[in-house]
Design a protein around this ligand. Structure first.
Ligand SMILES: NC(=O)c1ccc[n+]([C@@H]2O[C@H](COP(=O)([O-])OP(=O)(O)OC[C@H]3O[C@@H](n4cnc5c(N)ncnc54)[C@H](OP(=O)(O)O)[C@@H]3O)[C@@H](O)[C@H]2O)c1
Length: 298
């Protein structure tokens, strides 16, 4: 039995559906107040919350693999009280790891992020919590699988990330010159579902999509696809550093967005798309995502 934590989320839902399609026995951990009607029909639901240890003990009965993508960032942005990075990604992940180890779970698949281990955890509160979760996992007797994808195309290449086609503007956080392998969520989901069940998974899987593009390359790709120039404005790194420090005290989710922008603006990715191709995934290029956004806007 696989316990999927975060199955009502965007990436988590994709992984959950792939596991079900693959015929796996899956139980979804769903918070008591969350509508579970969108989950695949017939799936077993365990009501629980990462912040409530006893609910995790109950959800883990007969479970041999845990997969978790659960996190507080998007939910805390909508103002849900108590759903903080510290409570969910920090203490909540630690609860889940302790409960799974005590329940003699054999494999634990944690969704982390590419770049972990450099100064990402210092800049982004979410990454500090994930780093602590990674460390805690290695102290258990479980088979650890840490999944570290690069930035998601859907999160970092759309209008919310500053590419405003309607107004022909682009806001670039920092200089935008470091290359990164923006990856499709469906591709991350396919690899994660594979890692949950394959017989001999690696301990850490760091990867990205097929193209290495800087943010300025992304601007150029938008301009080529739309056939028009974008007016680019940069948020200087010094401003990002100040915002990161202020948000760390007032809004850790916002600090995570700013801190990650700063991290990716100052570090190039060293990973590639091999892990995806090795499991038969033909990864979607970032430019294909951009072209689809442009087509949809016409
Ligand atoms: N965006 C990127 O570029 C990027 C890059 C690398 C890695 N990642 C990682 O990829 C994952 C993205 O996942 P996603 O898209 O599925 O996230 P999402 O859409 O924001 O969904 C969050 C999920 O976490 C659940 N959750 C929140 N608090 C919980 C709690 N206290 N107890 C139990 N469940 C809780 C939510 O349940 P409810 O529905 O009940 O709220 C929901 O299922 C994250 O781990 C993220 O850090 C992202």
């Amino acid at each position: 039995m696989i316990l999927m934590c975060g199955g009502t989320g965007d990436l988590g839902g994709r992984i959950l559906r792939l596991l079900i399609e693959d015929g796996q026995d899956v139980r979804a951990l769903v918070r008591p107040q969350t509508d579970a009607s969108g989950l695949p029909k017939g799936i077993e639901v365990a009501r629980g919350d990462l912040r409530d240890r006893s609910s995790l003990d109950a959800a883990l009965v007969d479970v041999d693999t845990v997969v978790t993508t659960a996190n507080a960032v998007s939910r805390s942005m909508t103002g849900e009280k108590g759903l903080t990075i510290a409570a969910v990604d920090g203490e909540g992940n630690q609860n889940l790891i302790r409960a799974a180890d005590q329940a003699r779970v054999r494999r634990f698949v944690l969704m982390s992020a590419a770049g972990m281990g450099r100064d990402m955890a210092r800049l982004a509160p979410l990454m500090a919590a994930k780093q602590e979760a990674e460390k805690a996992l290695w102290r258990t007797s479980m088979r650890v699988v840490v999944v570290r994808p690069d930035m998601f195309q859907e999160a970092w290449l759309g209008p919310e990330a500053g590419f405003d086609l309607a107004n022909r503007k682009a806001t670039v956080r920092g200089r935008g010159t470091q290359p990164h392998r923006f990856v499709a969520m469906d591709d991350v989901a396919r690899l994660t579902a594979n890692l949950a069940v394959r017989s001999d998974p690696p301990g850490v899987m760091e990867f990205g999509g097929p193209e290495a593009l800087s943010v300025m390359d992304v601007v150029a790709a938008y301009e080529a696809a739309a056939g028009t120039e974008l007016k680019v404005s940069h948020v200087p790194r010094t401003v990002l550093r100040v915002l990161d420090a202020v948000f760390k005290r007032t809004n850790p989710s916002m600090a995570t967005g700013v801190g990650l922008s700063l991290f990716f603006d100052t570090h190039a990715g060293t990973w590639d798309d091999r892990p995806l191709r090795e499991v038969g995934v033909e990864p979607r290029p970032a430019t294909a995502f951009i072209e689809a956004v442009v087509r949809a806007s016409l």
